[in-house]
Design a protein around this ligand. Structure first.
Ligand code: ATP
Ligand code: MG
Length: 283
């Protein structure tokens, strides 16, 4: 992994000289977003049943939270609401004290498919977020450092279509991170990758989020992925979607690699909670 300490502060993004704080990964940089989901319920159509019911939880700045639940329980629906891509029928999402009403470059979403332009280079694809947020002046300095961060520095001038699936997902990650978001929202972004590549990305994305102080919300139905990546797991029940359990994962970074007894204990605990939530009869 690249040396994350080289990541610049907001000052260098605006053209000012980087302060000494730039040498430290946590100083001089905006904190991750604080999220509050308040009495949130949702039905896609007025006469349909609720997809999400009365959700209430908070996410601390810099926290890594997994939303774990079986297919159809409303994980993507909830994530879209955190991103401001859709609106709840009742209740609200509040980020840093403001009700979310629309998408923002401060909270970016990454999907299962990297959705790159195959005829553009890696660097050009990674720069798209900055172009759309009308910050083209930052591209020359920001893109090389962000490609280093995701371990693609040597691939900057390659065409995106020449990359493997895992590398393409890293380009999508670079594109998401380039505008310095406060929160990253991931909707099963590794599920199309082989086990080895997937593990490398799980580890690296967690390390990057922690080093940048980003809030990270990850949707998954893969229990080991939740244990490897999350500080906290919200286990969701279906029909309607709601929080069944709120579980803290207490593991050292080494233990998250998966070979330890401690990892196995956390995995068993979460598997039991997931199984119980999935078996709950529909209401
Ligand atoms: N745009 C939509 N219009 C109507 N119903 C929808 C829409 N999107 C999702 N739904 C319904 O809402 C429910 C929750 O869907 P959602 O996609 O949020 O689940 P999920 O937990 O992300 O599932 P998966 O793990 O399969 O991705 C499902 O019953 C789905 O059919
Ligand atoms: Mg989904």
């Amino acid at each position: 992994m690249a040396v994350i300490q080289a990541f610049p502060t907001q000052a260098s993004a605006t053209g000012a000289t980087a302060s000494p704080a730039a040498a430290h990964p946590h100083r001089g940089r905006p904190m991750g977003a604080h999220v509050a989901v308040k009495a949130l319920s949702h039905a896609y159509r007025r006469h349909d049943g609720l997809v999400l019911e009365n959700m209430d939880f908070e996410i601390a700045p810099g926290e890594i939270v997994a939303l774990l639940g079986r297919s159809g329980c409303g994980k993507s629906t909830l994530l879209h609401m955190l991103a401001g891509l859709s609106h709840p029928s009742a209740g609200e999402v509040v980020i840093n004290g403001n009700t979310v009403r629309e998408p923002s470059p401060k909270w970016v979403m990454m999907f299962q498919a990297p959705s790159l332009f195959p005829w553009l280079t890696v660097a050009q694809n990674a720069a798209l977020g900055l172009k759309f947020t009308r910050r083209p002046k930052e591209i020359a300095t920001r893109i090389p450092e962000i490609l280093d961060l995701v371990d693609l520095g040597a691939f900057a001038d390659r065409n995106a279509q020449e990359l493997s699936g895992g590398q393409q997902q890293r380009v999508a990650l670079a594109r998401s991170l380039a505008p310095r978001p406060e929160m990253l929202l991931l909707d099963e972004p590794f599920s199309a990758l082989d086990a080895f590549t997937r593990r490398a990305l799980q580890k690296d994305v967690r390390a990057i989020a922690r080093d940048l102080g980003l809030t990270l919300v990850l949707v998954t139905h893969d229990v080991p992925e939740a244990v490897r990546m999350a500080d906290r797991v919200l286990v969701l029940k279906a029909n309607p979607g709601r929080v069944a359990e709120d579980i803290r994962i207490e593991l050292s970074e080494d233990d998250r690699a998966g070979a330890s007894d401690a990892f196995q204990r956390e995995l068993d605990r979460l598997m039991a909670a997931y199984g119980a939530a999935a078996e709950t009869p529909d209401t």
